[in-house]
Design a protein around this ligand. Sequence first.
Ligand code: ASP
Length: 317
Amino acid sequence: MSFSLVIHGGAGNITPAIMNKDQELNYHNGLSAALDAGTGVLKQGGTAVDAVVAAISCLEDNPIFNAGRGAVFTKKGVNEMDAAIMDGSNLAAGAIAGVRNIKNPIVLAREVMLHSGHVFLSGTGAGEFALNRGIEMAPDEYFFNKDRYDQWIEIRDSDFYQLDHKEDNLKGALPKTDHKFGTVGAAALDKFGNLAAGTSTGGMTNKRFGRIGDSPVIGSGTYANNRTCAISCTGHGEYFLRAVVAYDVSCLMEYKGLTLQEATRIVVKDKLVKMGGEGGLIALDAKGNFDFCFNSAGMYRGMRNSEGKDIVAYYGV
Ligand code: ASP
């Protein structure tokens, strides 16, 4: 049986104009390392769930992405992370929101799925569960990143909150942004024909009031079902939540018989655009067909499969 893996490192205003050669190389290396980690699991006969965790953990450990180590700062100057994972073979799911000091939030999401008896844990309760389960923690300094910090300092005294790669602030004119980071996600098809998807993020810079985006919400930012597809989204979460993006793609396939690409195009390039929602998604179906679909200028993305296909790309086509 064959296997496939798709990953993303965020979507937004990603154009050749904002990237120099060093940055391109950093993203290339970061995405390639995650593809190595995820396909390494799949090659050895590991499950789609474990491949998703391996790929996302690798991206979380890399400070150029807005997840795990590189998570953005909230209004209060701390890092609060969200993550989710779903197993398409049995529709099991695990998610966490607003967690702090968890080295790899995707590992905790898998732990919630497998050992909590629940689907979605938040804040201090999720932290308590992590401690009980012996999940690896990291001190605040581990999450400190100068670029991220400067990005937050620029808007912390305002009511603005900010998507990683967006030129314009979500409530007005944007102070200068670095455009260098992004939410991460992966979707995998394993040798047993099972799909899984996961997403991990620090959310939005200067977010407050315990704001949670689409990433950890099953059906919005993350969804997997062997009957249809596995999806991880990235973009302006408020819109992705309202559009129930990932499940909508799955529903169009299941109830209307659309192909993966037909379904993603309707949701991302039509429905979301009409609502004003910027971003994109990565997707795999149960036959190994894959898709990258975004309505923003670019999306950090990659794909590798057992047939030797190997892609890393950033910009729109
Ligand atoms: N979707 C994420 C959120 O709204 C942000 C991102 O994808 O970069 O929290």
